[in-house]
Design a protein around this ligand. Structure first.
Ligand code: SF4
Length: 345
């Protein structure tokens, strides 16, 4: 059985041989099986930056049309810096985690004043760019020998070396980062090595059902050899989404409904939606329950309808198509428009 490893993996000759073999196998596999993606092969800062931010917490297949539309509308840093927040959020509508879109624009404004970063260290100064994104861009675009350790890489390496240290702790993460940085990454094409590990994690070394039988690393993968791939990676804390059942209030007037723009500095700031309240308002008819799963909140919106007049702007179903609206709010609004006759007084 694999043992707990602390602080550092040994960097002896045997480890170096394993690393050489890892590089050879994974590069061969990547050359043959990597997916064709619109940003793959691009070697300039802006499109790689946009694609990396979009792909955080979102499936690649979902990102592709968003990336293409974004690059057509905002093809460079200057156009992003001068776009309105509403334009940016509309382009992002449906991708979720809207903070990413706002930070991209903040980053563009920073770059407009300070120039485009060309090194890992310079990239870390740009708002919204952390060590993973800086590592990915610096290695892919500028051939800098730095690791880019995302969730896929944590999974592949923790399995390959049977690292039982929790990957969501400083020690566990550091062990993996050091292995990638000191042993795996070489001067030759560091960007494609980083991408090949991520791609293997996405396509082969999958979280629940790893495809070890077709994996190029299985000959030396300790988790495979010890029959424990799905026991890894270890996570110390598992966040359980809390259930929340607020009321989503639709104020209607003829064929229009009232919407307000979120101004608070919360996750949905800048997006439009109907009022959400904890207490059921008076004189409303309950219509339907709509569920939306946020990362930390399993939300059951109790959609209700009011004929009171609200101090908000009213929009028809056609007019609200031009507004940036979150996926959760779209579900609520669609539920109203498809069930609006229920509960009519
Ligand atoms: S052999 Fe299995 S566990 Fe090991 S890296 Fe490949 S897919 Fe992952």
């Amino acid at each position: 059985m694999a043992k707990n490893l602390n602080e550092e993996l040994p960097m002896d000759d045997a480890t170096q041989n394993v690393a050489d073999s890892f590089r050879t196998q994974i590069r061969g596999w990547y050359g043959e099986y990597k997916r064709t993606l619109p940003w793959r092969g691009l070697r300039s800062f802006y499109p790689v930056w946009v694609s990396e931010i979009m792909c955080q917490q979102t499936q690649v297949a979902t990102v592709i049309p968003y990336f293409e539309r974004w690059m057509e509308t905002l093809p460079d840093v200057e156009s992003l810096a001068s776009a309105t927040e509403e334009e940016v959020l509309k382009l992002w509508e449906g991708l979720g985690y809207y903070r990413r879109a706002r930070l991209l624009q903040k980053g563009a404004l920073f770059i407009k004043d300070n120039g485009e970063p060309e090194t890992f260290v310079e990239m870390l100064k740009v708002p919204g760019i952390g060590p993973y994104t800086a590592g990915a861009i610096a290695s892919i675009v500028f051939d800098e020998k730095v690791p880019a350790v995302d969730g896929n890489v944590l999974r592949v390496i923790s399995r390959f070396r049977a690292i039982f240290e929790p990957v969501d702790t400083k020690v566990g993460r550091s062990v993996i980062e050091q292995f990638v940085e000191k042993t795996l990454i070489s001067e030759t094409c560091p960007g494609s090595l980083n991408q090949s590990i991520m791609e293997l994690g996405a396509l082969i070394c999958r979280p629940k059902v790893p495809r070890c039988e077709v994996c190029p690393l299985k000959g030396e993968c300790l988790a495979f050899l010890e029959h424990v791939p799905t026991d890894l990676p270890i996570k110390s804390k598992k966040v359980k989404a809390k259930k929340w059942s607020p009321f989503a209030v639709i104020y209607r007037k003829g064929d229009k409904i009232a919407l307000k723009r979120e101004e608070d500095k919360n996750l949905l700031s800048g997006l439009w939606g109907v009022p959400i309240v904890e207490e059921k308002p008076e004189d409303v008819d309950e219509l339907v329950v709509v569920r939306h799963q946020f990362t930390h909140r399993d939300t059951y919106y109790q959609v209700c309808v009011s004929d009171e007049t609200a101090e908000m702007d009213y929009f028809s179903s056609e007019e609200l198509k031009a507004l940036p609206i979150s996926t959760a709010m779209k579900k609520v609004i669609s539920a109203y428009f498809s069930n609006g006759d229920i509960g009519d007084s």
